[in-house]
Design a protein around this ligand. Structure first.
Ligand SMILES: *Cc1c(COP(=O)(O)O)cnc(C)c1O
Length: 425
């Protein structure tokens, strides 16, 4: 990026902030991004998010705003909503939630009463904090019951959702809503099975596809529609848009309640520059190239998974069907924690996050697992052969227990590989 005054006002006006923005550009360019919830957006999405649309108050919805001067914004939001509906095959979309967690909050406040029971996955097994953690609104004002994974190694589907147990938990607790969709679950979700149980116990089904939205849009993960009554998502993970949230459904009554819960229930003015970024992102995701991108994410994740298994790492549930995998580090090295692995890999230019595994014997600040995702590397143009190289880097660093010389050597090779695969520009 240039630093002259005309083309770079931040550098000229505020070098104190610019310094770190430039360092961040360098960091993203020269490291491998394996955090499963992150991605690199296109220059077009970036431009929308950094645009003059940040100047306006547009409280309300298209055609029903509380401020004058909103006509252009109405068009932008209409485009975003129409594209979202086309992309996910549904009838109603609210594109205003500031984030995934606030999208989920809006659904809870729209469709449940405080104290109502809902069902979600045992949180330590891959759920999200907004699915019933005690210190989150969802656990504080609502009553979560949890369904498990299969914890018996001898069973088929070990460490995958136990649909029979899910049914039993729901029939017993009679939740008003059942949540599916997770933050660290590497397998396909059977939305139809969830819907059958929801119907059986008179519950609504909510699918939170924050992680897999891009895979759903690209047709490589089954769609939650028509099974889910409500679908929430983030827009910045595999969907590769700006940081934000969205809520979709096919029922007009539910849609009205959700619109009210988002505004004026929870939020004031929508982030219209971000909504423009969502519109641009959905336009990209509607193109045929995005289907290829989504397919390549899954192929790349499978290649990375196979290469790690080949180097004696155990993966939770034995593999992956989507963009992410959870490495159980215990098999490779009983002493190795997720926290150590994360920090050693970072010093080699490989960015990951420690993550609890099912029945993790270690506390959340340590963990025995490492979560890896393929979406960001796939955006850079990585194919299966580069993913095998990435597995090799990871194994060298972890096998050497973070030895400084080994990390420095790998850091150099990582930088070389990154230079061959520049960020979107
Ligand atoms: C990431 C995520 C969210 C929350 O997204 P934020 O934008 O960080 O609030 C919600 N649900 C699931 C399942 C997620 O993985």
């Amino acid at each position: 990026m240039s630093t002259d005054t005309a083309s770079n006002p931040i550098a000229a006006q505020d070098p104190e902030v610019w310094r770190w923005m430039e360092a961040e550009q360098q960091r993203q360019a020269s490291t491998l991004e394996l955090i499963a919830s992150e991605n690199h957006v296109s220059p077009a999405v970036m431009q929308a998010v950094g645009s003059n649309l940040t100047n306006k108050y547009a409280e309300g919805y298209p055609g029903r705003r509380y401020y004058g001067g909103c006509e252009n914004y109405d068009h932008v939001e209409d485009i975003a909503r129409d594209r979202a509906k086309e992309l996910f095959g549904c009838q109603f979309a609210n594109v205003q939630p500031h984030s995934g967690a606030s999208a989920n909050a809006a659904v809870f406040f729209a469709l449940l009463q405080p104290g109502d029971t809902f069902a979600s996955l045992v949180l330590s097994d891959g759920g999200h904090l907004s699915h019933g953690m005690k210190i989150n609104f969802s656990g504080k004002y609502f009553h979560p019951v949890h369904y498990p994974l299969k914890y018996d190694r001898s069973q088929d589907g070990y460490e995958q959702i136990d649909y029979d147990a899910m049914r039993a938990v729901c029939l017993e607790a009679k939740p008003k809503m059942i949540l599916c969709g997770y933050s660290a679950y590497p397998r396909v979700i059977d939305f139809a099975k969830f819907r059958a149980v929801a119907d059986e116990c008179g519950a609504l089904l909510m699918a939170d596809i924050a992680h897999i939205a891009g895979l759903v849009a690209g047709g490589v993960h089954p769609s939650p529609f028509p099974h889910a009554h409500i679908v929430t998502t983030t827009t910045h993970k595999t969907l590769r848009g700006p940081r934000g949230g969205m809520i979709m459904c096919n029922d007009e009554e539910i849609a009205k309640k959700i619109d009210k819960a988002v505004f004026p229930g929870l939020q004031g003015g929508p982030l219209m520059h971000v909504i423009a970024g969502k519109a641009v992102c959905y336009g990209e995701a509607l193109k045929p190239e995005f289907k290829q991108y989504a397919r390549q994410i899954v192929d790349n994740a499978k290649a990375l998974a196979a290469a790690l298994v080949g180097r004696n790492y155990r993966l939770v549930s034995g593999g992956t069907d989507n963009h992410l995998m959870l490495v159980d580090l215990q098999q490779k090295d009983a002493e190795l924690t997720g926290a150590d692995a994360e920090s050693w890999l970072e010093s080699a230019g490989i960015i990951t996050n420690k993550n609890g595994i099912p029945k993790d014997p270690r506390p959340p600040v340590q963990t025995s697992g490492l979560r890896l995702g393929a979406a960001a590397l796939t955006t850079r143009g990585f194919k299966q052969s580069q993913m095998v190289q990435v597995a090799d880097f990871i194994d060298r660093v972890l096998s050497a227990k973070g030895d400084e010389k080994v990390c420095a050597t790998v850091r150099g090779e990582v930088a070389d590989l990154c230079a061959q695969f520049p960020l979107p520009h």
